[in-house]
Design a protein around this ligand. Structure first.
Ligand code: ASP
Length: 283
């Protein structure tokens, strides 16, 4: 996907060379977390954040104010992102209009292909991966899907795992899961467990790398896999947040972040499917 789009010519972007895998692994451990933040070194930031999170929970009561503070910062950042996203349609409209105007309607074909492949990926995840796992647990997949279907349909139309949570809770308990298990697993799942989002982010990185004329090595694809998984954990269960976290995955292999603007135009269509997969995943 994405080959032949030649976005590299649309705008001058500086393509960075990615370092070898061994170097990337060694580079994950930050010597200076503040420097990592300032330079936007994603893997180092995540590594530090995980350790910091573990330390907060180990600190118990003494760590509570830090946790509350970070929660408040997160809420504020969501607002900030919302403000920016409010103007995004104007930017996306202008960019796509300009691209189609300059390169012709054919330039949109790769997007249609990306959407098709993404939906195919979601179907594979739903029916082969989850279906297989359910079979392992001796649960009949289609009966299970039939009983919880209201949750993915709701997620498909709202694009929000969090907004779907009450529905997910109800349908999952309807399959015989206890209220205790459901109320422990589902709220946590709605905020950190996002397979659909991880698939989407990985696909978009490959798409944009091809579009920018970059060749991703197998090692870089492995990095994309790991970073997409981590980014999906950090994605909030609200519409469009997977797109924001995509910047992180793009940055991990040096794909120009500018590419975001191109996939933003088709984000809603992909958000619908990934959110549906996310809630089935939780269920
Ligand atoms: N909309 C998704 C969700 O709520 C998150 C995302 O944007 O990927 O599950």
């Amino acid at each position: 996907v994405g080959t032949g789009m030649q976005l590299g010519g649309v705008r001058e972007v500086a393509l960075q060379k990615a370092p070898p895998l061994s170097q990337v692994l060694l580079n994950i451990i930050p010597t200076n977390p503040i420097k990592a933040l300032a330079e936007g070194n994603i893997l180092q930031i995540i590594f530090f954040a995980i350790l910091f999170g573990i330390a907060i929970s180990k600190a118990g009561k003494a760590g509570e104010p830090v946790k509350d503070f970070l929660e408040a910062v997160a809420q504020t950042m969501y607002r900030l992102v919302n403000l920016v996203l409010y103007y995004a349609p104007i930017g996306v409209f202008s960019l796509i209009a300009w691209t189609v105007g300059t390169h012709g309607l054919g330039v949109l074909k790769p997007f249609a292909y990306l959407i098709f492949l993404f939906y195919l990926g979601c179907a594979i995840q739903l029916f082969l991966v989850y279906g297989g796992l359910l079979r392992l647990l001796k649960i009949r997949p289609f009966r299970f899907f039939g009983r919880i279907k209201e949750a993915p349909f709701f997620a498909f139309s709202t694009c929000s795992s969090s907004a779907t949570l009450p529905v997910t809770m109800r349908v999952v308990q309807g399959t015989g899961v206890s209220a205790t298990t459901a109320s422990f697993v589902l709220p946590m799942g709605a905020s950190i467990n996002m397979d659909g989002t991880a698939i989407y982010q990985a696909m978009c990185v490959v798409f944009l790398a091809n579009a920018f004329g970059m060749h991703l090595t197998v090692a870089q694809m492995a990095i994309v896999g790991v970073t997409a998984l981590l980014a999906s954990i950090g994605t909030a269960g609200v519409p469009g947040s997977g797109l924001i976290m995509l910047t992180m995955v793009l940055g991990s292999v040096g794909v120009p972040v500018e590419g975001i603007a191109f996939v933003a135009g088709i984000d809603r269509i992909m958000d619908m499917a990934r959110t549906a997969v996310n809630v089935v995943d939780d269920s």
